[in-house]
Design a protein around this ligand. Structure first.
Ligand code: ATP
Ligand code: MG
Length: 425
């Protein structure tokens, strides 16, 4: 019996052309505004010591309690496939001493992340993010800059349905009082055992509970905005004013909290309605002034975001946007016979080296099959070389749109193809 054909693991999928080109274009559009703004590229391993996430993301978060791919290596190390990018990037910045150089340090990255989630549209076990982190600056201008750069990326992709929602979670000086007030309120509610436990460990996370009955019970809960210190409020007001100045409309959501423990002050989420209510976030981020100390570093304020590339592509498809990305070639070579194939192989190689997008029919399929391949390739020009052409030292250059055909000297194919393409642009 034949072995069954392998399938991608549950919760994962492949990008094949032309969607493969589209996801690359999404990532490019997300990174372009960052590179333009002086951010440097950073790359870290796709797995880390498990304790980095346990401490850096938070012991009580869904990510750490339910979603991590954790294993012990053959050598006995406890490692985890990265579920998010901020803790690893901060670890790398500290390890490489970036915080001892000129501040702020502005970084961007792009890669795969892994979470053991219940798979559904827009929620996968392997997904990709583009991220940005700025370390060593408390200035609210940085928070605003990051939000503007993300919105510029979405706009460059043609998306019109992305909204940004903002909130402030306060800082060390204001959060403890709020936490206590919220806890007092939550303890009076009739909550299930897990949620009651969460009230004691991390009451803010209860605000993020998506169940309608819990949301209803939270209607009268105290809000962080009532507890912000003067400096927290000034910080938040500056962020909001800078966004307005930049022409970025935003919504205030005093109940916005996010799934990671480390946020302080500015918190934001980019949402889109086209993917499904539970997967509406196409990106999110916030300030994390205490994270460095949590993972054993010095005090080092930071702020950053991660944008979900997969969900952003789904949002584009929901808006009916033509997917960006260049596939195909401009010139397609059609050899008829072995000698012609050998000669055109050299011509196509030279064209490619000159920067012309070119491909060639292989397998000796004859004129009809090869011309079909030429049409599929998206090429504007076909170069057809038959036995008789070869004997006369010419090739046929055919315009695949108009059908017009012209015999040209074989030695001139490269220059003539280039001229022809230039004239068509
Ligand atoms: P959600 O509330 O939807 O679970 P999150 O708060 O866990 O999102 P973050 O950790 O902030 O998400 O990650 C940033 C972005 O990465 C999200 O806004 C989303 O676009 C994307 N993302 C997160 N988890 C997944 C996933 N399992 N599959 C696909 N994209 C994801
Ligand atoms: Mg999540």
């Amino acid at each position: 019996m034949n072995q069954p054909v392998f399938r991608a693991p549950k919760g994962t999928f492949d990008f094949v052309p032309p969607r493969g080109e589209a996801i690359l274009a999404v990532r490019d559009a997300m990174t372009e505004p960052l590179r333009h703004a002086g951010y440097g590229y950073i790359e870290t391993p796709s797995f880390e010591e498990t304790a980095l996430f346990a401490r850096g993301v938070g012991e009580s978060t869904d990510i750490v309690t339910k979603e991590m791919y954790t294993f012990t290596t053959r050598g006995g190390d406890d490692v985890t496939l990265r579920p998010e990018g901020t803790a690893p990037v901060l670890r790398a910045a500290l390890e490489n001493g970036l915080h001892r150089g000129a501040l702020p340090v502005k970084l961007w990255y792009s890669g795969s992340y892994y979470r053991y989630e219940r798979p559904q549209k827009g929620r996968y076990r392997h997904f990709s993010q583009v991220g940005a982190e700025v370390l060593g600056a408390e200035d609210p201008a940085i928070d605003a800059e990051l939000i503007v750069l993300a919105m510029d990326a979405y706009r460059a992709l043609g998306l019109t349905g992305v909204r940004v929602v903002v909130n402030s979670l306060g800082s060390d000086e204001s959060r403890p009082a709020y936490r206590a007030a919220l806890q007092e309120y939550l303890r009076r509610l009739d909550l299930d055992e897990d949620t009651a436990k969460r009230v004691e460990i991390n009451p803010l996370r209860v605000l993020d509970d998506k169940r309608p009955e819990v949301q209803a019970a939270l209607a009268e809960a105290p809000l962080m905005s009532e507890f912000l210190s003067d400096s927290d409020r000034a910080h938040h007001d500056t962020v909001r004013a800078l966004l307005s100045d930049a022409g970025v409309p935003f919504d205030d959501d005093p109940r916005l909290v996010r799934g990671l423990d480390y946020y302080t002050r500015t918190l934001f989420e980019f949402v889109h309605s086209g993917i499904g209510a539970a997967q509406s976030a196409v990106g999110g981020g916030g300030r994390y002034d205490g994270l460095s100390e949590l993972i054993g570093g010095p005090r080092l304020p930071g702020v950053g975001w991660a944008l979900g590339a997969d969900r952003t592509l789904l949002a584009m498809e929901a808006e009916g946007l033509t997917l960006p990305g260049r596939t195909g070639v401009d010139v397609f070579a059609v050899p008829l016979g072995d000698d012609a194939a050998q000669r055109l192989f050299g011509v196509v190689t030279a064209l490619r080296r000159e920067g012309v997008r070119a491909d060639i029919a292989v397998g000796g399929r004859g004129l009809k099959g090869a011309m079909k391949a030429a049409d599929r390739s998206g090429a504007r020009i076909a170069i057809v070389l038959g036995e008789r052409d070869l004997a006369e030292n010419v090739a046929q250059m055919k315009d695949l749109e108009s059908g017009e055909q012209l015999a040209i000297p074989l030695g001139d194919v490269i220059s003539q193809a280039r001229d022809r393409l230039a004239s068509l642009e």
